[in-house]
Design a binder for this molecule. Structure first.
Ligand code: UDP
Ligand code: MG
Length: 314
């Protein structure tokens, strides 16, 4: 990809955002025109089942700044971000949700911080999601705490809404793993970071479509692709188990020798239940790592592209 000095690429993953697209594009244009910058908009249609790709084609037909990448099926937001980063030609790339929840209005501020020089990553931090129900906030906070404990990455308030300088983009793209987690990777590569705050807006239209299953998957991928520390934790729990077993075993032997070994049904049941399930859990964790290694070894592409729409070409 050729690099145009000063150009900004905006990458937005889109899954069934046909209703939102035109309005979103308009708001992004509006924000970027106010700072007079050369830019391109890369919309990645992640195998939408609605008219997202038709809408992209309509916009691109009359606007050479728009690029559409249409996947052959739904590969997930993380894959869509990678595709956008790979196609981006700007000397900075902004990744943002395509549903309007990441307000385009703060783009000028992000670009200004980058233009001042000295920072390679401008990360937009969520200022509390008042509109979210308590269980959504609890879920996010549990996930962030788990990530902090397991990987040392502090993702509190973090979002995928980030501006990356070309150096940081290339560093993220050079990470070879298939288990992608953009938010974590953009922090892991380091460089000078600056943060700005934003309030999560309501969606412009439609509803969020993350199922619990997808969220659990993303959390597992995030942790497992970043650290092997849970394996160490399991070993620690195992060691604790052995210590307890030695103590209780000693007591059991003592009871037997002194002829008092009768009762103990309750403690036995509890022990069997606990260690039985702890074993299964531990095997499950090891299995997750094995599964991840299996995915990496298979070397399958992260996504398949059905069509690339280049703006200005009818
Ligand atoms: N998205 C995607 N592929 C998916 C799910 C979501 O590209 O499989 C996009 C979606 O179109 C949106 C962004 O990722 O632009 C965030 O998704 P959503 O709004 O559903 O999630 P939330 O706002 O709850 O994080
Ligand atoms: Mg959203």
């Amino acid at each position: 990809m050729t690099k145009t000095q000063g150009k900004v690429s905006v990458v937005a993953p889109m899954f069934n955002e046909g209703q939102v697209l035109a309005l979103f594009a308009e708001k992004v244009h509006e924000a970027l025109l106010s700072v007079s910058v050369d830019y391109e908009l890369i919309f990645v249609d992640d195998g939408s089942r609605d008219d997202t790709s038709e809408r992209i084609r309509e916009l691109a037909a009359v606007d050479p700044r728009i690029v559409g990448i249409c996947f052959s099926r739904n590969f997930g937001k993380e894959a869509a971000i990678v595709a956008g980063l790979r196609h981006a030609t700007g000397s900075a790339v902004v990744v943002m949700d395509g549903d309007g929840q990441h307000p385009p209005a703060i783009l000028p501020e992000m670009i200004a911080l980058w233009r001042q020089g000295g920072v390679e990553v401008v990360a937009a931090i969520k200022q509390g999601r008042v509109s979210d129900p308590w269980h959504v906030r609890l879920r996010a906070s549990l996930f962030n705490r788990m990530m902090l404990a397991a990987t040392g990455l502090d993702l509190e308030g973090g979002s995928d809404f980030q501006l990356l300088d070309r150096t940081a983009v290339d560093a993220v793209l050079a990470l070879g793993e298939r288990g992608r987690f953009f938010r974590g990777m953009a922090q892991w590569v380091g460089f000078k970071r600056q943060t700005i705050h934003f309030n999560v807006a309501e969606r412009l239209a439609g509803t969020g479509r993350w199922s619990i299953r997808q969220l659990v998957r993303l959390a597992l991928t995030a942790i497992i692709s970043f650290t092997a520390r849970p394996l160490t934790w399991i070993m620690g729990i195992g060691a604790l188990g052995v210590a307890i077993a030695l103590l209780l075993g000693g007591q059991a032997l003592f009871s037997w020798f002194t002829g008092k070994a009768v009762s103990g049904w309750t403690s036995l049941t509890i022990l069997i239940l606990f260690f039985g399930s702890a074993n299964l859990f531990a095997v499950g964790v090891v299995g997750e790592y094995l599964g991840q290694v299996y995915q990496e070894v298979k070397q399958r592409p992260l996504y398949l592209v059905r069509e690339v729409i280049m703006g200005g070409k009818r």
